[in-house]
Ligand binder design. Structure first.
Ligand SMILES: CC(=O)SCCNC(=O)CCNC(=O)[C@H](O)C(C)(C)COP(=O)(O)OP(=O)(O)OC[C@H]1O[C@@H](n2cnc3c(N)ncnc32)[C@H](O)[C@@H]1OP(=O)(O)O
Ligand SMILES: CC(C)C(=O)C(=O)O
Length: 513
């Protein structure tokens, strides 16, 4: 298996993401984690950018021991001197010098012709080689550079003693076959090309950074450059975790591997996200929250029978505990039963069907049904009380300058539903007055409490009430994503229990409700 070297630039190109600014302590924290991840080379910053960046690069250089630490430099002696200062104390220092080579950059940005570009890069490499045994040279915007000029620049870098030559697709312009072809061309046309490692550095402007990087590997690249979570300038850089997992999962196809400790990927991703403030989208490959989560019934059923039906890699590989079967409106009975069994419930087929249909009702109202939701739903159902009254509909009118009114439609013992309206001191009071009117029962509300049983704006509210009638008392619970509906359900639940208790009431019963 061919080894692919990993050059991580989270601390340099990653930090070029608009809005990201890592201080020295944060850079060092990420650097330690990258070391644990097992990257080979770490670009810690651009020392000439600011005194702060120089100090951070120096702190990283002194902190990590098992990684080559790299500082970026333009083709200028002052930048090279800054890298020299920043990498003092590094166990294995390396300088990374770059100069743009494409016609667009030559003409508009550098205002140099080809000869000047060649000469500027050459003297920078020569100057840097006096201080750095290890040197990488990058042809910025190589992706839009003429093939013959690219070959000339690479040949010059080899002769001047570069160890790694990087061929960046700086603006994410190329597609995989074009990018791969560049590596093939250089391998076949540059004398002594085997004396350097060729490196791939891609940007994700058209969403092709990972595909392009893999194409480079297939065409002889020895090193890949990228960032954790794919952060970076504009649409970002190649996500290192994506390339590493592609090589791991399709080893038989690529015949190449990184030496990353893959089980550190998830932890590294979380740390980088936390310290940069760049949230990882849920659907991000490998490290998104949904990368190992399954919501639909058919997929969940497949997962429960055999995980490889819907997972091409395991969550354990990247350091996660397990896959998630998320219960929602697309879930089926298999996953629901499995969840109940995890929660300690073993329901009969009939009970399962009833609970499942209530779960679907709830899932229609909520995006994700949590364990707490399911527990509340099952426990409410398992208390078997005949439903003399059943809430059909409520309407509430509320305004802070108006008297709250409620209208309820309730199924009762008769065939026709009962409709009643009432006012109250507040919305809940109006609902309870309307229910009293509809049922014709005179009860006293002894206790009312409400709590959220799951998280988020669409959390379920659970209302708990105690009602009494003479010496008989009963408690009831109601659950809904709407607290007024939960309040009405709790009241009617308590009322039904109270009516049931009343049938068999003796004074002895009063102590326990
Ligand atoms: C593709 C990449 O990601 S490259 C890295 C990009 N990263 C950064 O730019 C972050 C750090 N940069 C900075 O802090 C600043 O740009 C500095 C300190 C490096 C330079 O700042 P300034 O001196 O104010 O120059 P400014 O950034 O405005 O312009 C860049 C200058 O460098 C020149 N330049 C650009 N690339 C190179 C290069 N590789 N080698 C030599 N000169 C270069 C430009 O032509 C321009 O020169 P000019 O002033 O003669 O026109
Ligand atoms: C400095 C170089 C390697 C770069 O970041 C790019 O070309 O994208």
């Amino acid at each position: 298996m061919r080894k692919i070297y990993v050059f991580d630039t989270t601390l340099r190109d990653g930090e070029q993401s608009p809005g990201v600014n890592l201080n020295t302590r944060e850079k060092v924290e990420i650097a330690y984690q990258l070391e644990k991840l097992g990257i080979d080379r770490m670009e810690a910053g651009f020392p000439a950018a600011s005194p702060g960046d120089l100090a951070s690069v120096n702190a990283v250089a002194r902190a990590v021991k098992n990684v080559t630490v790299i500082g970026l430099s333009r083709s200028r002696e002052t930048d090279i001197d800054a890298v020299k200062e920043a990498l003092q104390g590094a166990q294995d220092p390396c300088i990374h010098i770059f100069l743009a080579t494409s016609p667009i950059h030559r003409q508009h940005k550098l205002r140099m012709d080809k000869a000047q570009v060649l000469e500027t890069a050459q003297s920078a490499i020569r100057y840097a080689k006096k201080y750095f045994p290890k040197l990488e040279f990058s042809l910025e915007d190589a992706g839009r550079t003429e093939y013959d000029f690219m070959a000339e620049m690479v040949g010059m870098a080899i002769r001047e003693g570069a160890n790694v030559v990087n061929i960046p697709d700086t603006v994410g312009y190329l597609n995989p076959s074009e990018y791969g072809a560049i590596f093939k061309y250089l391998k076949e046309n540059v004398p002594d090309i085997e004396r350097v490692q060729l490196s791939a550095h891609c940007h994700n402007d058209l969403g092709m950074a990972t595909a392009n990087t893999l194409a480079a590997i297939q065409n002889g690249a020895d090193q890949i450059e990228g960032t954790i979570n794919g952060i970076g300038e504009r649409a970002g850089n190649t996500a290192i975790e994506e390339v590493a997992l592609a090589l791991e999962t399709r080893a038989e196809f690529f015949g190449a591997k990184t030496s990353l400790t893959l089980s550190e990927i998830s932890r590294t991703s979380r740390l980088v996200s936390k310290l940069t403030g760049m949230v990882v989208p849920g659907n991000k490959a490998i490290v998104g929250a949904n990368a190992f989560a399954h919501e639909s019934g058919i997929h969940q059923d497949g997962m429960l029978k055999e995980k490889t039906t819907y997972e091409i890699m395991t969550p354990e590989t990247i350091g996660l505990k397990e896959s998630k079967l998320v219960l929602g409106k697309h879930s089926g009975r298999h996953a629901f039963r499995d969840k109940l069994s995890d929660l300690g419930y073993d329901l009969s087929e009939e009970e399962l069907n009833t609970a499942f249909s209530r779960f679907k009702d709830l899932a229609d109202k909520k995006k994700e049904v949590s364990d707490e939701d399911i527990l509340a739903l099952i426990e409410e159902k398992l208390i078997d009380t005949p439903e003399v009254f059943r809430l059909q509909t409520i309407y509430v009118t509320y305004g802070n300058k108006a008297v709250p009114t409620a209208k309820v439609i309730i199924d009762g013992p008769e065939a026709e539903p009962i409709v009643a309206e009432a006012e109250g001191n507040g919305s809940v009071d109006a609902i309870y007055n309307a229910i009293d009117k509809a049922t014709g029962e005179e009860v006293t509300l002894g206790d009312y409490s409400i709590k959220s049983v799951s998280r988020g704006k669409d959390a379920q509210g659970e209302v708990h009430v105690v009602l009494s009638q003479g010496e008989v008392a009963a408690q009831g619970r109601g659950l809904s994503t709407d607290i007024l509906e939960a309040s009405a359900r709790a009241y009617i639940d308590a009322l039904n229990k109270l009516l049931e208790k009343r049938k068999t009431y003796t004074k002895r019963d009063h102590a326990s409700i």
